[in-house]
Structures are given as C-alpha cells and as structure tokens.
Design a binder for this molecule. Structure first.
Ligand code: GLV
Length: 334
C-alpha cells in the first residue's frame, strides 16, 4: 500500500467466521454489518455506495437496481455455492465480477440430505418430541414404526458434486441409485458410483427416496409440481436441500396432507423464511432452517473462499471462482 493510497473498501453483510474477516482486514478496509440480522434493502444499498467489494450472502438480493447504486463495486463474492440471489447478467453488464464457493460444502450438504432421509424415514423428530413430552412408557411393538432406508431405491435429481456425494453415501446402504440430470453426465462418473441415468418420470415412479440437488434456474423452477408429485409412490419421501422454488410448495403440502406421498424432509422453502400454509402442522415433514452447509468447518472454508476471491479480484487477479466473463485485470477505477 503506497503512502496516501486509500485501501479498497469491502463490505460484509452479516457476521461470518472471524478468520475470513482477518484475511480481509490484512488487505482492505472492512466495513461490517455487525448485527446478526439480514440487512434491509435500503441499508445494503447505502453500504454499497462506496464499496469496492461485497461479501454477500444468499439473503442479499443483488439485482441491477442495487448494482446501479454501487459505482465502485468490482466484485460480489457470494458465500454460497448457489447464486440465484445474484443477477449475473446485470453484474456482467456493469463489469462486476461474481464468485461463489463450490466444492467446499459438497460433503456437508450431502450429509444433511442424508440426515433428512434417515430423519423422515425413522421419524426422528416426532420421536424426540414424544420422548421429551414424557410420553415414553417403555418399548412398544408398534411404537413409531418408520420405513427402512437400507436396500431401497434412491432417486437423485441433479447429479453434480452434491448429487454424486449422496450416491456415495447410498452405496453403504446398499441402495439402488437412479439419477436424473438435464445435462450429460459421463458414464465414467456414474458407473463408478453404480448409479443409473433415467428419465425424470422413471425416477419419480420408482424411487423410495427422492433428493433434489439442482441449482435454481428457469428450467428447474417448480420442477416438482402437482404432476410430478402424482407420479411418486405413496410410500416415497421427498428431500430438498437445494432451493425451495424447485418444488411447488403448496402442491407439496396438499400431497403430504392427503398422504399422496409418505413424507418430506425440507431444508429450503419457496419464500424463505415463510412456510407455505399448512406445512408446519404436518407430522410427516421434517423442517430445517436452511442449514445444509452449516458446519463450523465448512462455513469457515466458505468464508475464506469468498474472502480469497475478493482479495484476488481487488488486486487485479482472476478470482478462482469467477462465474461471469468480465475483465478482471482492469485497474482501479478513477
Ligand atoms: C447454500 O444454500 C448455498 O448455496 O451455498
């Protein structure tokens, strides 16, 4: 840093693991929202007026209007693998780099999907509540009978990093693994995992557990709606650790209520943090507050990865996880 030269300013929109803050503070002037709450739009807008970099979270809606009020902004480093909260096109038009945090949260998210599978199948949450409420009167031959996971058929929708990580777990449970992906997956990848590519309809009709691992895009929005729920077995469970809008939540509530399907394990919702009417009251659904990547180890890696993307971008280097083709090597703006 030359004498008199001002350090670039980086805004961090909510508290994150401190090692990432320390990394940023070594190089930049870090401005933080120290409150543990999601910023209102006008607060974020104000914070971005003189920011060169933003470490954003998926609760920050980064659209063209917001970016228009951020003349110095050069990078949005989203601390998430999904980036449907960022208008990539608007950022690209303004020459703003956008990055995400792929890879580091794969196993952690697959673990949570697995926890949801076991949790809904064996009725963990209901049983826990029952025990706490003092209702446990001793072992019962008919007490909380659930469904087996071992040896059943798993249907994975979206066979990228996380979908494949789920397939690896399924092998230990001797499950038959089907997957559907709109993109071509190399046989080298799925043969090793003993997974079989099928159409979406076949997957829906045959799987006992269906788990979603697609990003939210125009083609995946409401991929699971009334028709698709209607194809599922009445004994099947639906697991979602991807993005809420992949499922038509109102239709899901209807299907769960009428026992058209057996149950659901959800970590994400269509209109987070709101839940569709009726969802809360269903005992055949396990509902989590979007904690797919929420382990200390993984959140630390994600925060450091986002910070490193900012460090690179603001020193004229290509950030490792760049998502859009913008000029990353231009100098500081006048
Ligand atoms: C979390 O939802 C993520 O996309 O990382």
């Amino acid at each position: 840093m030359h004498h008199g030269e001002e350090k670039a300013r980086v805004f961090v929109s909510q508290p994150i693991p401190t090692s990432a803050i320390a990394l940023l503070e070594k190089h930049f002037r870090v401005i933080r929202n120290a409150d543990d709450r999601i910023l209102r739009r006008n607060e974020l807008k104000k914070a971005l007026r003189d920011a060169d970099g933003l470490l954003s979270l998926l609760t920050d809606k980064i659209d063209g209007d917001l970016l228009a009020g951020a003349p110095k902004l050069r990078i949005v480093a989203n601390m998430a693998v999904g980036y449907d909260n960022v208008d990539l096109k608007a950022a690209t038009e303004r020459g703003i780099m956008v990055t995400n945090t792929p890879g580091v949260l794969t196993e952690t998210t697959a673990d949570l999907a697995w926890a949801l599978i076991l949790g809904v199948a064996r009725r963990l949450v209901e049983s826990d509540r029952y025990t706490r409420e003092g209702k446990f009167r001793g072992w019962g031959p008919m007490l909380f009978l659930g469904t087996d996971v071992y040896g059943k058929t798993l249907g994975i929708i979206g066979f990228g990093r996380i979908g494949q990580a789920l397939a690896r777990r399924a092998r230990g449970f001797k499950m038959k693994v089907l997957f559907y992906d709109e993109m071509e997956v190399s046989p080298r990848v799925y043969e090793r995992l003993k997974a079989r590519p099928v159409t979406l309809e076949t997957l829906l009709r045959e799987a006992d557990y269906i788990s979603l691992h697609v990003p939210l895009t125009d083609t995946t929005r409401r991929l699971i709606s009334r028709e698709q729920l209607g194809m599922m077995k009445s004994s099947a469970y639906l697991i979602n650790t991807s993005r809420g809008p992949i499922i038509d939540e109102k239709e899901l509530v209807r299907a769960l209520k009428s026992k058209q399907i057996a149950g659901a394990g959800l970590d994400v919702y269509e209109k987070e943090p709101a839940l569709a009417a009726g969802l809360k009251g269903l005992s055949n659904a396990v509902l989590l507050p979007h904690i797919g990547s929420a382990s200390v180890e993984t959140r630390t890696k994600m925060a450091l990865m986002a910070a490193e993307n900012i460090r690179k971008a603001l020193s004229g280097k290509r950030p490792p996880n760049l998502l859009n083709e913008v000029r990353w090597n231009r100098g500081k703006q006048p």
